[in-house]
Design a binder for this molecule. Structure first.
Ligand code: AMP
Length: 146
């Protein structure tokens, strides 16, 4: 099996190390002459909060959050000199969103942080751990210090 990567996916949670992880992904994409895509998964508010709280929010609040996430991802892509057309925004659980994009975009390497917003209780954060166990392709967890 060839070890050349053709389609790399960078998982972005907008935590403080996102740019550093991005630089590592760019480095790999250049070495392998691979396409680099960025994904952010907006956590579905309906899954995250009680229905009561959700009903007190404006109807299109989720759409506004998705649009803000798109803008923020485009800004990061521009800083990293990646075409904004390579940006993917999904709604749902981060694990499911990342794995969906892997299938749809023929991804052969996922680059992510060992830890992000979910904290430092374990060797890996919860998203990193879940993706590592389920991904059908290689996963590079960039080791981050606390
Ligand atoms: P965590 O396991 O949640 O602490 O995060 C580890 C890494 O998973 C982060 O550094 C990101 O690369 C990725 N990640 C976490 N949450 C998301 C998200 N909502 N969308 C995309 N990637 C994410």
């Amino acid at each position: 099996m060839s070890s050349d990567y053709k389609n790399i996916l960078l998982a972005v949670d907008f935590s403080k190390d996102s740019e550093l992880i991005g630089q590592r992904a760019i480095d790999l994409a250049r070495r392998y002459e691979a396409k680099l895509s960025l994904i952010h998964v907006v956590i579905n508010l309906k899954d995250a909060f009680y229905e009561q709280i959700m009903s007190s929010l404006s109807e299109n609040v989720e759409e506004q959050i998705i649009q803000l996430a798109k803008q923020q991802l485009h800004t990061l892509a521009q800083r990293l000199e990646i075409p904004t057309t390579n940006c993917i925004v999904e709604l749902g659980s981060p694990k499911r969103g990342i794995l969906k994009a892997v299938e749809e975009h023929d991804i052969d390497l996922i680059v992510m942080g060992s830890h992000g917003l979910s904290g430092w209780d374990n060797l890996l954060g919860s998203t990193a751990d879940a993706v590592l166990h389920k991904a059908p392709c290689d996963v590079l967890a960039i080791r981050l210090s606390s």
